[in-house]
Design a binder for this molecule. Structure first.
Ligand SMILES: Cc1cc2nc3c(=O)[nH]c(=O)nc-3n(C[C@H](O)[C@H](O)[C@H](O)COP(=O)(O)OP(=O)(O)OC[C@H]3O[C@@H](n4cnc5c(N)ncnc54)[C@H](O)[C@@H]3O)c2cc1C
Length: 307
């Protein structure tokens, strides 16, 4: 299932392709549901390892509504042993509906595929890895853990087939509006640099020093759950077990203690820098670099250095 905004294919799709390539002999099909797939389908066709792209065009697909997309995918699913989507907000919403309609088991957060029926996934906030086998099902639906896979390279040239489906689409769910903080910063889930703030920032106003530094570094901004719960940062910025699981090249944790649920979200970050006034804070156990001190002094100093 391709994730896109009507114009650009999300990198999550390229990661799903890499996951699917682990299936020996797999013939990978990418389904692009859109009002007009002419921009996105060619991007999917270029992904290395993709055998074909199905362009499912329908005005109802102008917005990615899981309730509307799911029955269309169900209509396409018959020949496929494994139906994958990304473990992003989009995929988590959609794939469970597809699994429900198909009566198929869902394997969530796949971090490795051993066979079309055998998968590995993290449990207990990533502290144990479970091998799951689906027995006796005609097909398996799965969400792919983004931090576990590199994006598939380009260079492919898969054929694109337009598919006309005669599926009755539900009317009970309609698109009204997207309400999201608009930002020019990189997408948190795919950014190579992320700066996150915790409870220590003290207020939404306090977070501004992170936004300012992030803009200089070309970084996305994240937050701990404590900061989100306190209203210092919007929900979509939460990093961790119940937020976003990310794998940036650089993760800077500012005034974040390093609770296990937060660390779950950053396990796969390449380099972790922690800034905390408590030298005993657990975040320092996972940090590659640590600065012990008051963030309100340290962040302006760093900003001066990068200006
Ligand atoms: C089921 C469940 C799911 C959860 N999911 C998530 C999740 O997805 N993401 C998540 O983040 N949490 C999650 N949590 C919450 C998690 O357990 C912690 O409560 C939370 O991560 C703490 O956030 P924090 O580090 O910002 O706050 P705190 O733990 O209060 O830490 C604040 C840190 O800031 C430091 N500090 C204070 N002032 C300064 C200063 N001036 N300069 C520098 N440092 C300073 C302190 O020394 C402290 O280490 C979850 C909890 C549960 C039970």
């Amino acid at each position: 299932m391709a994730e896109h905004d009507g114009t650009r294919l999300n990198v999550s799709t390229a990661k799903c392709v890499t996951c699917a390539r682990a299936l020996q002999g797999a013939e990978i099909t990418v389904a692009v549901c859109a009002a007009d797939a002419s921009q996105v389908a060619p991007q999917a066709a270029q992904l290395a390892g993709v055998a074909r792209v199905l362009a499912v065009e329908n005005p109802a697909n102008a917005h990615a509504l899981a309730a509307v997309l799911a029955p269309q995918i169900v209509a396409l699913a018959e020949p496929f042993a494994v139906v994958l989507g990304p473990s992003t907000t989009y995929g988590k919403d959609l794939m469970a509906r597809i699994a429900g309609l198909l009566g198929a088991p869902q394997i969530s957060d796949i971090m490795a595929i051993e066979s079309p029926t055998r998968f590995r996934r993290p449990v207990y906030a990533g502290n144990a890895i479970l091998t799951v086998e689906s027995l006796g099902a005609a097909r398996v639906v799965g969400t792919v853990r983004m931090a576990s896979f590199e994006a598939a390279a380009g260079g492919g040239a898969a054929p694109i087939e337009k598919v006309q489906l005669s599926v009755e689409l539900p009317q009970h769910t309609r698109f009204i509006a997207v309400s999201a903080a608009s930002t020019d910063r990189p997408d948190l889930q795919t950014a190579s640099r992320v700066i996150s703030g915790g409870r220590a920032l003290g207020s939404a106003e306090g977070f501004k020093i992170l936004y300012s530094l992030a803009d200089k570094l070309g970084a996305a901004v994240g937050a701990s759950r404590a900061a989100v719960d306190a209203g210092y940062a919007p929900n979509e910025m939460q990093v961790g077990q119940t937020g976003k699981i990310i794998a940036p090249e650089l993760y800077v944790a500012v005034g974040i203690s390093g609770a296990i649920q937060h660390l779950t979200g950053i396990k796969d970050a390449r380099t972790i820098v922690a800034i905390n006034k408590d030298g005993e804070a657990p975040i320092f156990e996972v940090a590659d670099f640590g600065l012990v001190g008051d963030l309100f002094q340290i962040i302006p100093e760093i900003e001066k250095l990068v200006s």
